[in-house]
Design a protein around this ligand. Structure first.
Ligand SMILES: C=C(O[C@H]1C=CC=C(C(=O)O)[C@@H]1O)C(=O)O
Length: 426
């Protein structure tokens, strides 16, 4: 674990935090939050126009390996204890907040891919919105300049190429997994693949972010330290003692024809393959949350979540927090759910490492934010990509059970690339 720059801990011990309401007469109160982001170090967590945007770095920590969550949680507790907070709004997400992204794997990053590890960032400026309220938080800075930024430019001359494996190679991996499932080694595994998009010049992250937020308003549009996307899956939200999780697994591609899509939704709701895949995911979340909740509600039947590119089976699990575990501690306990790992989890994780053929980095791992009380939201970084200058690595994965068809899974992965792929397009 190390603090950023030459004065991470010194900066941290001196954090002065101030949250004020933005008056309705201020243009920032009616601007779309995403439009306020400057080009330098923007952070976002937005759904339906609400949530948090931030920029600047007041403090940060990088962690890695099996203790990446607990090290980050400890650093956050210490950071909160050392801060002086003046908060006249007092809502979840006001006062001191951090944004974070974690790696999928317990393994430290294989190379000197410095931004491939796990990160918490405390921004210097946060603008938040919830219902009619818009607030401004400044951290370690006396003042903030908040205004609608110039429109970002689109990526130049973008081309797409296969990532670690070609489509054909990936289908062979899926077929291998199906035979291992049918041999009884495991019940479910989620296998992912990547694509690489290359532009002729560095990409302004705000371009895909604005497009994702517009095209996928019911998803959480995120960006933390190069990892961005619009995820439909909430690993865990903790808000004033209530814990919720939106579990997704089981997918059908949309056709674009509303009537056909409705028929597909009915098929999905009755597909035994998808219901089985979904059941594993719900069970993994319910079992992991149980020790932390005094009561829980786990619906018996999923609903169908309609997104612009796909339909998913979805279940909203809710519980009442028993003790004071923070949203991050809960996320650590839930990761990886069977929506991104498999069943049994240890067997699936080992098989992912053995046959998937790529490093997931922060794909399919917790991404989100947390406040000083430990309330926060950690989504699963799906429908996502990671930006390095002029390149984006895009990820998509599919739940594989006995009887899964490699060709159908390849088509499903292509549908899951669509959000980031189209967001990058001109
Ligand atoms: C792993 C991904 O999706 C998960 C979430 C929803 C549906 C899924 C599925 O049907 O396979 C996956 O479990 C991804 O989008 O990369």
């Amino acid at each position: 674990m190390n603090d950023a720059g030459d004065g991470g801990s010194a900066t941290r011990s001196a954090l002065d935090v101030r949250t004020v309401l933005v008056p309705a007469s201020d243009p920032a109160a009616s601007a779309a939050l995403i439009d306020l982001l400057p080009a330098d170090a923007p952070l976002s967590w937005l759904r339906r126009g609400e949530g948090l945007v931030g920029w600047g770095v007041a403090a940060t920590v990088r962690t890695s390996g099996p203790t990446r969550f607990s090290d980050a949680a400890k650093w956050w507790t210490e950071t909160v204890a050392a801060a002086t907070v003046e908060d006249s709004v007092d809502e979840p997400g006001t006062g001191l907040v951090c944004f974070g992204t974690f790696t999928f794997s317990d393994e430290p990053p294989a190379d000197d891919f410095a931004d491939g590890d796990s990160v918490l960032v405390v921004p210097q400026v946060v603008v938040g919105r919830r219902g009619d309220l818009t607030w401004l938080t400044t951290i370690g800075v006396a003042d903030a300049h908040v205004e609608v930024a110039d429109a970002p430019a689109p990526p130049v001359d973008l081309t797409f190429a296969d990532g670690a494996l070609s489509g054909d190679e990936w289908m062979e991996v899926v077929a291998d997994a199906v035979s291992r499932i049918e041999a009884g080694d495991l019940e479910k595994i989620v296998l992912a693949r990547d694509l690489v998009a290359t532009a002729a010049a560095p990409i302004d992250i705000r371009w895909p972010l604005r497009r994702l937020a517009a095209a996928y308003p019911t998803c959480w549009t995120f960006h933390v330290d190069g990892l961005f996307g619009a995820t439909p899956e909430m690993l865990v939200r903790r808000e004033r003692g209530l814990v919720t999780s939106r579990v997704l697994a089981g997918t059908i591609r949309r056709t674009g024809d509303d009537e056909r899509d409705l028929a597909l939704a009915a098929m999905l709701a009755h597909s035994s393959k998808d219901l089985e895949e979904h059941e594993y995911a719900v069970r993994s979340v319910a079992e992991a949350l149980e020790p932390y909740c005094s009561s829980m509600n786990v619906p018996e039947t999923p609903f169908v979540l309609h997104l612009p590119n796909v339909l998913h089976l979805a279940t909203d699990v809710a519980g009442v927090a028993r003790d004071g575990e923070s949203a991050l501690e809960l996320a650590a306990a839930l990761h990886p759910s069977a929506a991104v790992g498999g069943t049994p989890t240890p067997v699936a994780r080992a098989l992912i490492t053995e046959i998937e053929g790529m490093d997931r980095g922060r794909y399919a791992a917790p991404v989100g934010w947390m406040d000083a009380t430990g309330d926060g939201e950690w989504g699963i970084a799906l429908r996502s990509g990671v930006l390095h200058d002029n390149q984006v690595r895009l990820f998509a994965g599919c739940g594989i059970v006995g009887g899964s068809d490699p060709e159908a899974e390849l088509a499903e992965s292509q549908a899951k690339f669509v959000p980031v792929r189209e967001a990058l397009g001109g």
